[in-house]
Unconditional design. Structure first.
Lengths: 399, 220, 107
């Protein structure tokens, strides 16, 4: 047993010495791995965070969202559908919703009008406010709004202030701010202007008795898919369930702009280049060294152990450091420079930080595409040299 | 006692560039002796030395150490045998360039059950005997050819091997170093070691107990 | 500590640190108390990223429904933007919504 420990300690020391001795190779691998893993991990961790956030939101979404289609296009839906849908077995409640976008300055805001019935359910339970209060059914038609940090920052407004939004019809819509969402909820509320359903209908000049869509909540005992299937016979109705929304979300963020796939490709190409340079540039020197060590009585397993330890140390050092830098870059610095590409045509309001999710799965997958190729490209040639006659290995290296 | 029977080495067998480096060589090397292999360049001395030193596999023939045909043993066994019993001095010296003299000398000990740095004293003693004690901490590339050869000597002897193989040990060194090398070989024999060397050096042949002459891979 | 040990020791420390960050992140996300009540009330299945392009605020509804823009090939344009093309300059993708041209002032 003592033999094993002493010998392995010697081999470890030798491996560590090799890192110092092959300075150029160590530096090339370190820099390549650092750059590649920093980039890839910043993207991957942020993408994972965005997807998780999206999952939370979809989980909080209505069981079913109903839209009216006309000529294959979405049009406002008549509120008379509410009574029709409410009569379907399994449907617990149906809420009306009007929402849309408002372009203000260089930003686009989402304006949401909430059903008083829904507001009644949520009375007193919403605490994600920094200042003021949330809407209540009594705010119907009063022009009271709750806004996110982005608009508050842009217009320098706070609770108690009034703002006027002008639409294309040059109709002045005066609103009174009664609540300001907190930083903690910024990922959801930064671009949001919440108002009552009546105010939103007026703001968007919705035709009388029509809203954007209907939110359907199904009894806990019922499967939303079954309930949705009962609505299929209703003409001109599009039924979206949570699963469909989630798939759409993952599609949008999962492979955003193709950049993610591109980065993976860059990483793999970098690793392949390193592997190639390892095999060619260091190959002769390494081949000679292996032959010499075999002459001294290093066994094939000893040689493999030396190269394995060397590659493991180098691979884990560079990859771990790269991932930590990538994490810091995304989590603490909000990925400057990369964020535009990362989010595509979107922008990142300064009011919130990127959601960063360092999943063990992502960490191990990055290790898998960096450390394993490095191990293969160093250990396999070393093994091939080690099973060659030492004299031949040295002659070939010298040739 | 080393006994070589009908040893043959053919490189690139079956190819257009097939070369018979050593053909049907048989010889004996007694314990505690110096045996020299000599002959013109390319006659197969180094190849034979490498085969006897178990760092090159023969095409055919037998190599017996104390009556045991080591070619029948596994690669692992032969590696262990090399580790415990052999010391090599190469014609091209073969020191690792980014290491110091001392680190190079201790390198063969890294695969053994010892702390290499316990041998530091012994290494310095040898360096002192060979006149390069002050070069212990120098990088190999800062040493002259003669100094490097002396360092290679110490590396071969640091494990106190029973057999020492030396390939043209004086070919690249000056007269002073050559004289030191002759003395070292003589003292090795006196201390009970077996030395097998290839050389063109007449002075070195003089101290050999036996000399085998080669020509075109065959024993003359 | 010997100089040669710096890299191996750092490799272990950094890997351990990274795994700790990952475990911490996993636990934070699994125990995360987000603004569930608010999200259930607003019921908009999206987050506030990508508001410069309406398709990203509400991907499914928008990507698949706002594609019914009165722009020939609008659907293809949006989907291909999401999956294949990489916008290099952000301003190229800042579009306004047809029919709306809001302005806002402090009142």
């Amino acid at each position: 047993m003592r033999y094993m420990i002493r010998k392995h300690k010697n081999l470890l020391n030798y491996s560590f010495d090799c890192l110092r001795r092959y300075r150029m190779r160590t530096a090339v691998i370190l820099i390549t791995f650092l750059v590649a893993t920093t980039m890839i991990s910043a993207v991957l961790f942020t993408k994972d965070g965005l997807e998780r956030e999206a999952e939370f939101s979809v989980q909080s979404a209505p069981d079913l969202t109903l839209q009216y289609l006309k000529g294959g296009r979405v049009e406002p839906i008549n509120t008379s559908y509410t009574s029709l849908i409410s009569g379907i077995p399994g449907v617990e409640k149906v809420l009306k919703r009007t929402w849309g976008y408002a372009g203000i300055g260089q930003y686009t805001f989402v304006v949401v009008g909430l059903d008083p019935e829904g507001l009644n359910y949520s009375r007193g339970v919403i605490t994600s406010l920094e200042e003021g209060r949330f809407l209540t059914p009594e705010d119907e038609g009063t022009g009271n709004i709750v806004i996110g940090k982005l608009l508050a920052y842009m217009l320098d407004v706070r609770v108690g202030d009034d703002i006027i939004l002008l639409s294309e019809s040059v109709e002045a819509n005066k609103f009174h701010i009664v609540g300001l969402f907190s930083d903690a909820s910024s990922i959801y509320t930064a671009d949001m202007i919440l108002m009552s359903l009546e105010d939103a209908n007026k703001f968007f000049s919705m035709p009388e008795g029509q809203v954007t869509d209907l939110c359907v909540y199904v009894s806990p005992a019922e499967d939303p898919v079954n309930v949705a299937s009962k609505m299929n016979s209703i003409p001109n109705l599009r039924v979206l369930d949570q699963d469909l929304l989630l798939r759409g979300y993952k599609a949008a963020y999962g492979a955003r702009g193709g950049i993610f796939t591109t980065l993976w490709t860059i990483l793999l190409v970098a690793i392949a280049l390193i592997a190639f340079s390892q095999a060619i540039v260091v190959g002769h020197e390494s081949q000679f060294e292996v032959g010499l060590l075999k002459t001294f009585g290093f066994s094939t397993l000893d040689i493999i152990e030396v190269r394995l330890v060397e590659s493991l140390v180098l691979g884990f050092f560079a990859t771990s450091l790269g991932m930590l830098l990538g994490f810091s870059y995304a989590a603490f610095l909000n990925a400057p420079g990369l964020v535009d590409i990362l989010l595509g045509w979107a922008y990142l309001p300064r009011e919130f930080r990127l959601p960063v999710y360092v999943s063990l799965q992502s960490v191990f997958s990055i290790y898998a595409v960096t450390v394993i190729p490095l191990l293969i490209t160093t250990v396999v040639p070393a093994w091939l040299n080690a099973i060659t006659d030492p004299e031949l290995a040295m002659r070939r290296a010298a040739a | 006692m080393i006994e070589v029977r009908n040893l043959t080495k053919i490189f690139n067998r079956g190819k257009f560039n097939e070369t018979a480096a050593v053909v049907d060589v048989s010889l004996k090397v007694k314990d505690r002796s110096i045996v020299a292999l000599t002959g013109p360049s390319g006659c197969g001395k180094t190849t034979l030395l490498s085969m006897i030193g178990l760092i090159l596999t023969p095409t055919s023939g037998e190599i017996l150490y104390d009556g045991e045909n080591v070619l029948l043993a596994s690669d692992f066994w032969r590696t262990m045998f090399r580790r415990q019993s052999f010391g090599f001095i190469f014609q091209h010296i073969n020191l690792l360039p980014q290491y110091t003299t001392l680190e190079n000398i201790l390198l063969p000990l890294y695969s053994s059950d010892v702390d290499p740095w316990e041998y530091e004293g012994k290494a310095r003693e040898w360096l002192s005997r060979l006149g390069i004690a002050d070069r212990a901490e120098h990088l190999v590339e800062q040493l002259s050819g003669g100094e490097q050869q002396r360092a290679a000597f110490v590396r071969a002897l640091i494990k106190d091997p029973k057999y020492v193989f030396a390939d043209e040990p004086t070919v690249f060194v000056d007269e002073e170093t050559s004289r030191i090398i002759y003395k070292v070989f003589s003292s090795l024999r006196d201390s009970g070691k077996t030395v097998l060397l290839s050389t063109h050096d007449p002075e070195l042949m003089k101290i050999a107990d036996e000399t085998y002459r080669f020509c075109k891979g065959r024993l003359v | 500590m010997r100089r040669v040990l710096i890299l191996p020791v750092l490799a272990i420390v950094l890997t351990a640190a990274l795994l700790s960050v990952a475990v911490y992140s996993e636990s934070q996300w699994s125990m995360r108390e987000y603004d569930k009540a608010l999200r259930e009330t607003v019921a908009l299945p999206s987050i506030a990223i990508g508001t410069n392009y309406e398709g990203t605020r509400n991907p499914l509804i928008e990507v698949f429904v706002r594609s019914l823009y009165d722009v020939p090939g609008g659907y293809d344009y949006i989907v291909s933007s999401s999956f294949i093309d990489t916008p290099i300059w952000l301003r190229d993708f800042r579009e306004t919504i047809p029919g709306f041209n809001f302005t806002a002032v402090k009142g």
